[in-house]
Design a protein around this ligand. Sequence first.
Ligand code: HSE
Length: 343
Amino acid sequence: MKVLRLSLAGFGVVGQGLVELLNRKQEYLRQAFELDVRLVGVGNGHHGFIYHEEGLNLPTLLDLGAQPGRPLVNYPGAHHHWGTILKGIEKTSADILVEATSTNLRDAEPGLSHITTALRMSTHVVTANKGPGALAALDLLALARQQGVQLRMESTVMAGTPVLSTIREGMAGASIQSVRGILNGTTNYILTAMAGGRAYDEVLAEAQAQGYAETDPTADVEGYDALAKTLILAALVFNQPLKPEQVARHGITAITPADLQQADHAGKRIKLLGSIQRVGDKLEASVALHSLPLADPLARIDGATNALVIQSDTLSEVTITGPGAGATQTAQGLLADIIACAQ
Ligand code: HSE
């Protein structure tokens, strides 16, 4: 049995989703992978970082997380406590840092500092935080290589639906010409419900309650979240970093139920797509609304489901579809990355 010690930065929807999944899968991970996974450190932006050398009790943590305002320091018998996550990472050790703090597309902090600090300490990193991948994926991957550890970010694009590993491993050797997809669950959920006649505000509140939306849902409805995923795809699939300002970005706030119903009557569906295509040796990318004919594989992708259409020289068109948001769905991507690091 291999003991795998994890630290978790971020204890919101995704962080708690991972703790719940680890708790649920503890026995299965032992049996199927011979892994004894222990969570030794947890931190969030409000309450700092707690650490227990032997592993924290997962149900106790979940109980604390379920009661907003109950600081993590109330964890009974936490051996150590630091005022910030960063301090906690610096002062403790783990085999893998799981980064699940909120995405910030301006400077990727605090996630970027958490990740670089862990990598410099030769700790593997798996991240659901899209900021560091969007702004610095290739630099961070180079740092990970230099330190002889892994940096994995499966759940940053389409949550746990395995799009990055499928392209990297399953499609290894194929030359990718373009990708385009529904990359944001919240906006697809809203567009689907509005096409059925429901009101924007009501449906957005529902997406927030389901744990699909970002901490600040402006990131979803103004297209920033889809932009972050488009930037990550540019770096990881095409090995070409793009800056946010190189990608034209649109959201869904200008769309009306009438627009959606009109498209419906014309046999079309309006979808927010992130797209990248090779043009010569450059990339052209955008996040924009498209009116798709029903024959398009993306036209009938509804609710919080995401999908990506990949054009390559050897397989022509491949479409990957699956859940794109939600606590367990995102935690599944982290779990797959954790197991991959262990293996
Ligand atoms: N807010 C994101 C979405 C979560 O709705 O797709 C997953 O990245």
